[in-house]
Design a protein around this ligand. Structure first.
Ligand code: NAD
Length: 480
């Protein structure tokens, strides 16, 4: 089977005629051959998107019609929920329980949420202190937007970008991660079926070179990127150089701050979910667990007991709790961090190796818990993006905010406490785009999402999503 990509409403091979394989990470089997996009494909996609941006059909679409279009996309996602969830599980590895209850519903919900904005994108009139002048402003789309997504939640993250880009009247060139292109291609197909005009959504598959061609293209007005901080820095500097708009959703190293008064047994499940959802391949995964030194060993042992008992397997098996890592490369990376943890003196309580036996063909890594970690160790500082949890003792709660903030990242953080004063004081002191109190890392289309510091620039979701895909124009009228 060979997949095709979408340019100007046509499903097509790559201009270079080459393909690459996408693999099921649970079995190692090749799922599909996918076109290896080229510079020429990106040129064609941007040309199609530029033409569609100006078209009467798209630029002149009435707000109520645009709302119905996005609503229809959400309906189609739901009608194909089972198929999409299975596809996501096969290509990405995430258990069906995650793809069917998080990835697919969250993608549909983004289209519904932004459908609601279509009829509410109003500007304002402002009373100016200048006589004889009337002032109003309006929101206008930016033009062609380059959307570049990672491999951990491909369908959901494509929806985070597509829904606000489309509702505001932009057109897009979307590039899914090379490891997981299939659900994005299917989503694009459903968007076409919903009635999105040709050229409004283009999907060019391929690796970093396709991403670079989009980022460098002078007609791409905005880049919305989700991925690693390293690539984000490169994209930010190219976009800065040519003054293109840019939003960057990057890596994280979320602290889980467990106040001395927290009930360790009651919070265990939320911490496990936060740390090991999608096998830790979550940008906001809880990875650094700060625990009172008198209870750190108890917490680490309990965490290790639950993590060590989790059932690894093919995501399509309903008894599976943890799926594989996405690729051999990611498995090697995670294992390298675990070796560094051992070499730097952390105590390995459970996991620490690739799963064997029946799972040896897939990229399965056993959930890993380290105790006795200190802030300077590599596993406490760098983003691992795998099932590796580090328990870090503290003596004085007054150190907590400073130690949690001692990282380049600032995407998410969680605080566990029964004292509302402690929890809210820490929530103010932590430098992160999102702070959860007594919760696993929830997301909602209505709540702005994004990072501080090296975790990114800009916000997705909520009204901020609309702002990030529009420019504001001031219109001044002389009254005399
Ligand atoms: P990555 O940066 O390697 O790749 C992301 C995407 O960018 C892929 O589509 C890739 O092909 C493309 N790309 C790679 N190099 C490029 C370049 N030079 N120019 C343009 N495009 C390029 O990231 P990944 O390994 O796919 O994803 C994991 C990372 O994503 C982690 O760091 C994770 O924290 C981050 N992430 C962040 C969020 C968030 O919301 N902040 C969400 C999910 C993942």
């Amino acid at each position: 089977m060979t997949a095709q990509m979408l340019i100007d409403g046509d499903w097509t091979e790559s201009a270079g005629g080459r393909t690459f394989e996408t693999v099921n990470p649970a079995t190692g089997e090749v799922l599909d051959l996918v076109p290896e996009g080229t510079q020429a494909d990106v040129e064609a996609a941007v040309a199609a998107a530029s033409k569609a941006f100006e078209s009467a059909q798209w630029a002149g679409m009435l707000p109520a019609s645009r709302a119905r279009l996005l609503w229809r996309i959400a309906d189609l996602i739901e009608e194909h929920a089972d198929e999409l969830a299975r596809l996501e599980t096969r290509d990405q590895g995430q258990p069906f329980g995650i793809s069917s209850t998080i990835s697919v519903p969250n993608a549909a919900e983004h289209f519904r949420y932004y459908a609601g904005w279509a009829t509410k994108l109003h500007g304002v009139t402002v009373p100016l202190s200048i006589p004889g002048v009337d002032y109003r402003n309006r929101r206008e789309p930016l033009g062609v937007c380059g959307l570049i997504t990672p491999w951990n939640f491909p369908l959901m993250i494509a929806a985070w970008k597509l829904a606000p880009a489309l509702v505001t009247g932009n057109t897009v060139v979307l590039k899914p991660a090379e490891q997981t292109p299939l659900s994005t291609l299917r989503l694009a197909e459903l968007c076409m079926e919903a009635g999105v005009p040709a050229g409004v959504i283009n999907v060019v598959t391929g690796g970093p070179e396709v991403g670079r061609a989009i980022v460098h293209h002078p007609q791409v007005a905005k880049i919305s990127f989700t991925g690693s901080t390293e690539v984000g820095r490169e994209i930010g500097s190219v976009a800065g150089g040519r003054l293109a708009r840019v939003s960057l959703e990057l890596g994280g190293k979320a602290p889980s701050i467990i106040a001395p008064d927290a009930d360790i047994d009651a919070i265990l499940e939320g911490n496990i979910m936060g740390g090991l959802l999608n096998c830790g391949q979550v940008c906001a995964a809880y990875t650094r667990f700060y625990v009172d030194h008198r209870r750190a060993d108890e917490f680490a042992e309990k965490l290790a007991a639950v993590a060590g008992g989790m059932r690894l397997g093919n995501g399509l098996d309903p008894t599976t709790v943890l799926g594989p890592l996405v690729s051999q490369e990611q498995l090697d990376r995670v294992d390298g961090y675990v070796r560094a943890g051992v070499a730097e003196g952390a105590t390995l309580l459970t996991g620490g190796s690739r799963a064997g036996g029946e799972l040896a063909h897939g990229f399965f890594y056993r959930p890993t818990v380290f105790a006795g970690v200190d802030d300077s160790m590599t596993i406490a500082r760098e983003e691992i993006f795998g099932p590796v949890l580090s328990v870090i003792p503290y003596e004085d709660p007054a150190e907590l905010a400073g130690r949690a903030n001692d990282t380049d990242y600032g995407l998410g953080a969680v605080i566990w406490s029964r004292d509302i004063g402690t929890a809210n004081r820490l929530a103010h002191e932590i430098k992160a785009g999102t702070v959860w109190i007594n919760l696993p890392p929830f997301l909602d289309a209505a709540a702005p999402w994004g990072g501080m510091k090296a975790s990114g620039v800009g916000r997705e979701m909520g009204w901020e999503g609309i702002v990030s895909y529009t420019d504001i124009k001031s219109i001044w009228t002389g009254l005399s």
